[in-house]
Design a protein around this ligand. Structure first.
Ligand code: ADP
Ligand code: ZN
Ligand code: ZN
Length: 657
């Protein structure tokens, strides 16, 4: 038997091997260990045949035998190979790289992993649905359902219940379901709701599972034992048998885009799977991505609206506080509101999207700034462990006693983080209980510690919950009266055209944690830029107003959704190689582009050095992605990459940093 094998390497071809003596075949869909050159490596068997293709130039005597078969049962099938080929052509990676993203990397499969079932806010009791919810479920599951539906509902309007009941309908129609959520650690309430409601029919795929546990769940789905799969980005590949519905919760979330090759977007892959299988795609959010909103507005995407909070809450009262009038991260308004919340027996969430103590160290005498040795970013002070740390590569040094450059003692720290805010809050409210949740506190407390912390807060035993993104999303806390955004502008000045959209969406999502169960919710937004449109529209709760404004900005600059982008990053330890490769590539690409297409760059990336790699980029902008992809494909196929250069190809990039 001859096998076609592909690898998790940027090689745009398959390799032929022969099976071991006495092995009778049926290796399609299994992983094997083989020698590629003189390196032993894992490959995926994507075809097998009795004889070599006619016209095959290889002498059968030179074909190597495989060394070992890894899987007892096939772990993927023809559908996955088709999907991998599609990813390979759309995202410009190899078929092997695509398969490697699709299939869990675990080895031995173990049994399924039942998830701990806790009491949660989503009890098995079903609410009497609101009219808007009923209409949405009808649209999603009805006879003449559209191919895709957008469930656009304000925070707290009961989107989850719509998803769950729609899923139930589809399961009853004999079809299977994928339910995507941003990051499992942040959304365990939804995961629990799914597991509570669907029991052993449900499978959970999340990044916290070991490879072999993941593979165990994967095999359970492949055998048809689990019919509703909930998970983060890569769950979009789950091998359900008879796909009927794909749900993408919090569609706007950035974590749906992969940061490594293939740089796929789960929404795009979901659309592809829905098209191939005839399944319905439902996306939902309170703050749709601008791309989605543009499609809703133009009528290309059917939308259902949920306009009311159902659990007794109401839209909170929002106010903006200009931080330039206060010293320190707690304005008098915020202090007063925290006190009021406590006095009325209620709780506060404080949000800041920046961990650590302070973010800049500067010498006032010579202007020296302490930067990472490996990256072009300033170091963050983590005072509790007394280090200055790089958030990109992890490099760290002890905090300097005096300026490392001129020895002056006149130095200053600036830019507060969660650790700093925690200290200020403890000083201001010595007898309140306060907990902090961010990736630093999580690595100390562990995942279960964080879950306990969240449970305690829900039960009302904690006064203030302070944290980053982790407190921003998907959580339902009955006792919360106040949400304080310690600094709303952390992402506002990023050199990225989506900075305003992200800021707006984050404020709206965080604000949505207030007033879910009582009508007296309050939100205080602290900022250095009270006039910026993202902040002003968020304060007014004017979602459509913001989108209309932002859309006109995008139209003016010709950025998505008015164009498509494709980004190439050339990175190398050698500055010259990175720089020259970008210029050379620009010269090669220019003639391959369509007349209307635009090539931006070459230029240094805003994050010009990461982990000692110099980064230069080209951004291609055009009306049609297909012409950009075709240009980059023919560039890539003829490209002789210098040694020590790595080229990242990012189709529909989400970040331009
Ligand atoms: P969203 O995902 O839209 O932000 P959730 O799905 O978290 O909103 O729902 C908010 C709250 O409303 C939850 O506590 C949920 O149990 C409750 N809820 C959902 N549907 C109903 C309903 N029909 N009647 C009463 N409460 C409901
Ligand atoms: Zn100095
Ligand atoms: Zn670094």
């Amino acid at each position: 038997m001859y096998l076609s094998v592909v690898f998790n390497l940027p090689l745009n071809q398959s390799f032929t091997y022969r099976t071991m003596e006495g092995e009778t075949g049926l290796l399609l869909g299994k992983r094997v260990e083989v020698y590629l050159g003189n390196r032993r490596t894992t490959g995926f068997v994507i075809a097998e045949s009795e004889s070599l293709d006619e016209g095959c130039a290889i002498d059968p005597k030179n074909i190597k035998e495989i060394r070992r078969i890894i899987d007892k049962e096939a772990v993927f099938g023809p559908d996955h190979i088709d999907l991998a080929r599609w990813i390979s052509s759309f995202y410009l990676c190899s078929v092997g790289e695509a398969l490697s993203a699709i299939i869990p990397s675990g080895r031995r499969e173990t049994g399924g992993v039942p998830v701990g079932i806790d009491d949660s806010d989503f009890s098995p009791v079903r609410h009497a649905l609101s009219e808007e919810q009923i209409a949405a479920i009808d649209t999603i599951t009805g006879e003449s359902r559209p191919k895709s539906v957008y469930l656009w509902g304000v925070t707290g309007s009961g989107k989850t219940e719509v998803f769950l009941q729609a899923a139930e309908h589809i399961l009853n129609q004999g079809k299977d379901i994928l339910y995507l959520v941003p990051e499992i650690a942040l959304t365990h309430q939804v995961v629990e709701a799914v597991v509570n409601r669907f029991g052993t029919q449900a499978a959970v795929l999340h990044s916290g599972l070991s490879g072999s546990k993941k593979l165990g769940e994967w095999m359970r789905i492949l055998r048809g034992d689990a019919r509703i799969v909930i998970g983060a980005r890569s769950a979009v590949f789950a091998p359900v048998k008879n796909l009927g519905l794909i749900i993408i919760d919090e569609e706007h979330d950035g974590s749906y885009k992969s940061g490594t090759t293939p740089r796929y977007h789960a929404r795009t892959v979901a659309m592809r799977r829905a098209t191939v299988t005839g399944a319905t795609l439902v996306m939902g959010s309170a703050t749709p991505s601008l791309e989605a909103w543009y499609q809703i507005r133009s009528g290309a995407l059917v939308s259902c609206r949920l306009t009311k909070r159902l659990a007794g809450g109401a839209e909170p009262r929002l106010s903006v506080v200009d931080l330039s009038n206060s010293n320190g991260p707690l304005s008098p308004e915020l202090i007063e509101a925290i006190r009021t919340a406590k006095q009325s027996g209620r709780q506060t969430i404080l949000f800041l999207n920046r961990r650590g103590f302070t973010h800049f160290y500067r010498c006032k005498t010579c202007g020296y700034e302490l930067m990472c040795k490996n990256c072009s970013v300033p170091l963050t002070l983590h005072r509790s462990i007394s280090v200055m740390k790089c958030h990109y590569c992890g490099w760290q040094v002890p905090p300097p006693g005096s300026c490392p450059s001129c020895g002056s003692l006149d130095t200053a720290y600036a830019g507060f983080g969660t650790e700093f805010v925690e200290e200020e809050v403890r000083k201001t409210f010595p007898d309140y209980t306060i907990v902090r949740i961010d990736t630093d506190s999580m690595s100390e407390a562990g995942k279960d510690g964080v879950k306990d912390t969240i449970e305690h807060f829900r039960e009302g035993t904690t006064d203030i919950l302070l944290g980053t993104q982790m407190v921003a999303k998907g959580l339902n806390f009955p006792g919360v009266r106040l949400v304080g955004i310690a600094l709303a502008d952390t992402g506002l000045h990023m050199p990225d055209f989506r900075a305003a959209e992200r800021t707006f969406s984050l404020i709206t999502q965080v604000a949505g944690r207030a007033g879910r169960f009582f009508p007296d919710g309050e939100v205080i937004i602290q900022t250095w830029n009270p006039k910026s449109p993202a902040i002003e529209y968020a304060r007014r709760g004017d979602i459509e107003g913001f989108y209309t404004h932002e859309l006109s900005q995008r139209a003016e600059l010709g950025f998505p959704p008015f164009s498509r982008l494709l980004r190439l990053v050339f990175r190398s330890k050698d500055k010259k190689i990175a720089e020259e490769s970008a210029s050379a590539a620009a010269a090669l690409l220019q003639p391959l582009l369509g007349e209307q297409d635009i090539l931006l760059g070459p230029s240094e990336c805003p994050l010009s050095i990461i982990s000692g790699n110099f980064r230069h980029q080209l951004i291609l902008k055009g009306e049609k992605l297909s012409t950009l992809i075709a240009a980059v494909r023919s560039f890539r196929d003829g490209y002789k990459s210098p040694a020590n250069l790595y080229t990242e190809i990012d189709v529909d990039p989400q970040s331009l940093l």
